[in-house]
Design a protein around this ligand. Structure first.
Ligand code: GDP
Length: 203
């Protein structure tokens, strides 16, 4: 049976969410900024360590807050599927402190608004636009320590523009999902076998 894993990609407008997803799936990048106005679902299949998985990647348009209840999620079309995602990628722009504040707020709301053990859902914080490194607002190490030690999330920096660390970030996320899935025995995120770092193929 092929396992399905839904991943919600959330972040402030213009941080590069769509660019990351499109690089991952299509090896495609556009300099032209087209704001994401409605929720878009991509369904790539990936092979990890010889096993196939179907991903449901949600490109979430700007939302003012994480939906606090199922009814709020259903009332706002942009949020559909966000509350029950199996994992989250929270993207910020390493040159934009406001986009980091947004990620901080959403992470806090995920932990507060998801119930019980599901609040321990895998979350990967992604610092995009690494190619603009000279304009960053905070050293990489400081952000990484904060996110990993205090927020207990994974942390990766990437450049969607140069397709740098884009596959890696999806592998990182699945790696976290595997570790948590094993610990909590949560069937929807339990992937078979140990992931090997360099084996991830998009079909
Ligand atoms: P979204 O609103 O978060 O989905 O952002 P987009 O993916 O639409 O990207 C917003 C803008 O940032 C576009 O003009 C992209 O070309 C640009 N962009 C995205 N990723 C990068 C990156 O890694 N480096 C640079 N320099 N620009 C990027």
């Amino acid at each position: 049976m092929v396992e399905t894993l839904s991943i919600a990609v959330i972040g402030a407008p213009g941080v590069g969410k769509t660019s990351i997803i499109r690089q991952f799936i299509y090896n495609d990048f556009s300099e032209v900024y087209t704001p994401t106005r409605s929720r878009y679902v991509y369904r790539p299949s990936v092979i990890l360590n010889g096993n196939m998985y179907e991903l449901k990647v949600l490109d979430v348009p700007p939302i003012s807050s994480f939906p606090s209840s199922s009814s709020q999620e259903w009332l706002d079309l942009r949020c559909r599927g966000v509350r029950n995602a199996n994992a989250y990628i929270l993207v910020y722009d390493i040159c934009c402190v406001e986009s980091f504040e947004y990620v901080k707020m959403i992470r806090q709301q995920i932990v507060e608004h998801r119930e019980g053990s599901s609040s321990e859902v895998p979350i990967l914080v992604v610092g995009n636009k690494r190619d603009l490194q000279r304009q960053r607002f905070m050293p990489r190490r400081a952000v990484s320590v904060l996110v990993k030690k205090t927020w207990k999330c994974g942390y990766v920096e990437c450049s969607a523009k140069f397709n740098w660390h884009v596959v890696l970030l999806f592998k990182e996320l699945l790696g976290i999902a595997v570790a948590r899935g094993t610990r909590h025995n949560h069937t929807s995120i339990r992937l078979q076998g140990a992931l090997q770092r360099n084996r991830c193929t998009i079909m």
